[in-house]
Write a protein that binds this ligand. Structure first.
Ligand SMILES: [Zn+2]
Length: 439
């Protein structure tokens, strides 16, 4: 009885999974193009939180998110190190090349030898290539797909490889879109000028995005990272860049490989800042919906979405309380650092009123007392007190300022999506892409 029931459950689950993938337009041929989207730090608690964040107060109607619609499986993420917990560099190398490596490794194996990833293979196959990120473009995740260096900290060497590395007599990338101006010097002879000489259209701010009209193109729109979505005057900046990337890529006869990273979900997770994380999820979700619409219009495209790891040990509910309050998360309109700076900039007597400049609920007397104490002890302590108020009010839990080893969700849609159904190791994701492409 119980065996029969469990078999039926498996059959139903398989049918549901197959149904998800089968919603996508199918094609027997290899995909022409691949859109690979990585939500950095986007463990399952983040996709769950985002669903309830959209629903609002508990008891509200719950609708599936685009992540729910496209979910096909899960992936393990452990690195080659003697640990189960990966960093973004080892995971990017795994997701790019199908090879496990050590934490910190960018496109190299455990012996620090270069490994060829899907982006390079796409290049060799004559496809256009691009990376889009809300961090600096030479940060670990995109770098793992493009460069080969022993350490993620080698930002300058990574940027140089973006410009100077050649594969099949070509540069690695037709499109570079994100932050990182400081790593691509605009001085005479600098990397930016070298790229201009190679024919790249260039822009230096989000306002100029429309000026990119053809490949090759580069837009470095921030000195290092873009502002957090929650603090940005353009909170859907990843969606805007993804839209531009797809517009530029779609005209390419041989197809393309595009990597899109929602870089800062992870950073909000490190900060244990739930409002920050949900704003990043919202932007990433919009970019995913846009990519899905592109696949609907171009069914020979494969869309795969996953995370490199989870961050922060996020829990929805904490301290024995059977509640989570996304409607309170939505009342916070700044990430913790600018909120704290705004509080510090006023006097101690202005804490309550300045809090209300950025947050839609009043501080309770004991919360105000905690903030006053933090204020006296300086910005770092005040920041911790601010986070404590937000996490207590929203009943959000965090176990770490680092990463965790939980499996991450895998979503797939379009040509070949069914190859990603079920549980897999993260190294199998690019391996399956390569199989589908015949590389
Ligand atoms: Zn991280």
């Amino acid at each position: 009885m119980s065996l029969k029931r469990s078999i039926t459950a498996v059959a139903v689950a398989t049918a549901v999974l197959a149904g998800c993938a089968a919603q996508a337009p199918q094609s027997d041929a290899s995909p022409k193009s691949i859109i690979f989207m990585i939500g950095d730090g986007m463990g399952p608690a983040f996709t769950t939180a985002y669903r309830y964040y959209l629903a609002g107060e508990a008891g509200s109607e719950v609708n599936p998110t685009v992540f729910d619609d496209l979910l096909v499986g899960m992936a393990s993420t452990y690195p080659e190190d003697n640990t189960w917990v990966t960093d973004s560099a080892a995971s990017a190398t795994a997701l790019a090349a199908g090879v496990k490596s050590y934490n910190g490794a960018i496109g190299v194996d455990g012996q620090k030898l270069p490994v060829e990833g899907v982006l390079a293979k796409a290049r060799k196959a004559g496809k256009s290539t691009g990376v889009v990120a809300t961090s600096q473009v030479n940060h670990a995740t995109p770098a793992g797909f493009v460069a080969h260096v022993a350490s993620r900290r080698m930002y300058d060497a990574i940027a140089e490889q973006y410009v100077q590395q050649r594969i099949a007599d070509q540069t690695m990338l037709d499109l570079i879109l994100g932050g990182g101006q400081r790593y691509f010097s605009r001085d005479p002879g600098g990397l930016a000028e070298q790229m201009a000489e190679q024919g790249y259209q260039q822009i230096w701010s989000m306002n100029e995005l429309d000026q990119l009209t053809q490949l090759p193109a580069m837009g470095l729109v921030a000195d290092v990272a873009l502002p957090h979505a929650i603090d940005s005057d353009q909170p859907e900046r990843l969606d805007a860049m993804t839209n531009k990337a797809l517009e530029l890529m779609s005209g390419q006869d041989e197809g393309f490989f595009l990597l899109v990273e929602g870089s800062q979900i992870d950073w909000c997770g490190h900060a244990n800042d739930i409002a920050c994380a949900m704003a990043e999820m919202h932007d990433f979700s919009a970019a995913v919906a846009r990519a899905k619409a592109f696949v609907d219009a171009n069914p020979d495209t494969l869309l795969v979405i996953t995370a490199d790891h989870s961050t922060g040990g996020l829990t929805l509910g904490a301290n024995g309380v059977y509640e989570w309050k996304p409607e309170v998360v939505a009342q916070v309109h700044a990430s913790v650092r600018p909120l704290t700076e705004h509080l510090m900039a006023g006097g101690k007597t202005a804490l309550s009123s300045r809090w209300r400049d950025k947050v839609d609920f009043d501080l309770a007397p004991e919360e105000l007392a905690a903030l006053e104490k933090g204020f006296d002890q300086g910005e770092e302590k005040l920041g911790r007190a601010v986070l404590k108020v937000i996490n207590n009010r929203t009943v959000t839990g965090w176990t770490t300022g680092g990463h965790t080893a939980v499996d991450v969700p895998v979503m797939a849609y379009g040509a070949g999506a069914e190859a990603f159904i079920g549980h897999q190791d993260n190294t199998q994701i690019p391996q399956r892409m390569m199989q589908l492409m015949g590389w």
